[in-house]
Design a binder for this molecule. Structure first.
Ligand SMILES: [Zn+2]
Ligand SMILES: [Zn+2]
Length: 123
């Protein structure tokens, strides 16, 4: 008897592969259906003509995390998207990945302000 099991397995694998492919390429389509075509940062509006400049950003930077409710997606224009990733790179560079580090004590957004305020012109 010839078994068709391996054949079936082949098909299952092929199907799964195709579905994964569709999922990977499909999230943009789905995100565009789910959200208005507006950049989440600069509020620039998009139309059919320039929608290719609108990109789908993954909030957690994990492109495999595509929940159907779109909670991991954010529509950003090319520039804001670039910016967003630049910030991420800088965060990593400044030690954002440290596993031993507690809260980033080196990051004091108001330190500079304090210095500025202290630097009063002489009377
Ligand atoms: Zn933008
Ligand atoms: Zn992104």
């Amino acid at each position: 008897m010839k078994t068709s099991q391996s054949e079936r397995l082949d098909r299952v694998v092929a199907d799964a592969r195709r579905q994964a492919d569709e999922r990977a390429h499909g999230y943009r389509e789905r995100a565009l259906k789910l959200y208005p075509w507006i950049c989440g940062r600069c509020a620039r509006e998009f139309t059919r003509r320039n929608v290719r400049e609108l990109t789908v950003h993954h909030r957690d930077h994990n492109h495999d995390n595509n929940p159907p409710d779109g909670s991991n997606w954010e529509l950003l224009c090319l520039y804001c998207h670039d910016n967003e990733h630049q910030r991420q790179i800088e965060a990593v560079r400044t030690g954002g990945t440290g596993s031993t580090g507690g809260p980033s004590s080196t990051f004091a957004p108001f330190a500079g302000l304090k210095n500025l305020l202290a630097r009063k012109p002489p009377p």
